[in-house]
Design a protein around this ligand. Structure first.
Ligand code: CUA
Length: 322
C-alpha cells in the first residue's frame, strides 16, 4: 500500500533532466572522493612510524608554498563553478519552459494533510489523485501538465520522484512546476516538507493515461452528481445535508460547497481514502464516516459521533458519488 517511488527511474521530462545532471554531479564528486581517499591512504602508509628512532625525529617544517596554495584554491573553485553551471542550467531549463497552448493546467493546493486539485480549464475539483494525459515524445502529441502550487495553511512540498523534482507549496505564494510523463501508469508522490502530525500520510497519486482515456475521465468528472433514489442512499443523502458534512465538503451541483475538506463530487472514482491512508473500499469509507481519527489520527475531521443508522446511510450515499 505504500509503494516506493524510485527517483533513479525518471519517466517524465523534468525528472529526466534532474536525473542526468545529478549523475554528472555524482560522477564529479565520486572522482574527488576517490582522489582524496587515495592520497590519504598513500600519506598514512608512506609516513607511517618505521621504528623507535622516528619518535625523536622532528618532521621537516615547511612554511608556505605558493604553488600548493594556488593549487588547492584554484582547483576547488573550478570544480565548484562547473557544479554551479551544471545545476543552474537544469534549473533554468525547467523554470523557463514555456507551456504550449494545449498544456493541462492544474492548481494544486496543499492542506494539512491532503491535496486539493483544480483543473482550471475544465472546471473540475478533486483531491489527492491527479489524472494527466500521456505526452508523446516523438512530437505527435506533446502535452505537458503545468502545476500551480499553493498552500492553505503551512509549507508543503510537491514531490513525485519519477515525474518531477521537489517544489514547495508556500502560503500566500504561487509556485510553479510541470510534468511531462512519457509512459502511462500510476506514479506515487509524497509531501516532502514536514507539515504536522500526518505529514507521512499526505500522499499523492498521478495517474497518467492515454489521451483518449484522459478525455473520458474529464467528461465523467464533469457530469453532475445524481440524486439517489434507493432507500438507504436516499436516507444518507438527507442525513448528509442535515449534518455538518456540507460545511467542509463539496458535492458539485448541490448546496454542499465546503472547501475545508476534499471535494466528494466523484469520491468513488478515487483509489484511496484520507490522502492515501487506506484503499477506498465500502469498509474503509464506513470506518472513516464512523470515526476518521481511527484511520488518520489528528486529521482535521472530528469524530462526528453519528448514530450507526446514519453511518450506514451516509456511507451508502457516498458510495453513489461516482
Ligand atoms: Cu504536507 Cu508534509
Amino acid at each position: 500500500m505504500r509503494p516506493v517511488a524510485d527517483m533513479f527511474r525518471p519517466l517524465s521530462r523534468p525528472a529526466e533532466m534532474i536525473h542526468s545532471s545529478s549523475l554528472l554531479v555524482l560522477a564529479i564528486t565520486a572522482g574527488i572522493f576517490v582522489v582524496v581517499s587515495a592520497l590519504l591512504v598513500f600519506v598514512v602508509w608512506k609516513f607511517r612510524r618505521k621504528g623507535p628512532e622516528d619518535d625523536l625525529r622532528e618532521p621537516p617544517q615547511i612554511y608556505g608554498s605558493t604553488h600548493i596554495e594556488l593549487a588547492w584554491t584554484v582547483v576547488p573553485i573550478l570544480i565548484t563553478v562547473v557544479l554551479i553551471l551544471v545545476t543552474s542550467r537544469t534549473i533554468g531549463e525547467i523554470q523557463n519552459r514555456v507551456m504550449p497552448e494545449n498544456a493541462v493546467q492544474i492548481r494544486l493546493v496543499g492542506h494539512q494533510w491532503w491535496w486539493e486539485i483544480h483543473y482550471e480549464k475544465e472546471g473540475i475539483v478533486t483531491a489527492n489523485e491527479l489524472h494527466v494525459p500521456l505526452s508523446r515524445r516523438d512530437g505527435t502529441g506533446e502535452r505537458p501538465t503545468e502545476l500551480i502550487l499553493e498552500s492553505a495553511d503551512v509549507i508543503h512540498s510537491f514531490w513525485v520522484p519519477q515525474l518531477a523534482g521537489k517544489t514547495d507549496l508556500i502560503p500566500n505564494r504561487k509556485n510553479r512546476t510541470w510534468i511531462e510523463p512519457f509512459v502511462t501508469g500510476t506514479f506515487f508522490g509524497n509531501c516532502a516538507e514536514y507539515c504536522g502530525t500526518q505529514h507521512a500520510n499526505m500522499l499523492l497519486r498521478v495517474i497518467v493515461e492515454e489521451p483518449e482515456d484522459y478525455e473520458k475521465w474529464v467528461r465523467k468528472m464533469r457530469q453532475p452528481a445524481a440524486v439517489p433514489h434507493a432507500d438507504l442512499a436516499a436516507q444518507g443523502h438527507k442525513a448528509f445535508f442535515a449534518n455538518s458534512c456540507i460545511n467542509c465538503h463539496m458535492v458539485d451541483g448541490t448546496v454542499a460547497a465546503g472547501v475545508f475538506g476534499p471535494s466528494l463530487t466523484k469520491l468513488m472514482t478515487r483509489q484511496t481514502i484520507g490522502a492515501g491512508v487506506a484503499p477506498l473500499t465500502p469498509e474503509t469509507l464506513r470506518a472513516w464516516v464512523r470515526d476518521p481519527q481511527k484511520l488518520k489520527t489528528g486529521c482535521l475531521m472530528p469524530d462526528m459521533k453519528l448514530p450507526d443508522s446514519e453511518v450506514d446511510s451516509i456511507t451508502a450515499y457516498l458510495l453513489t458519488l461516482k
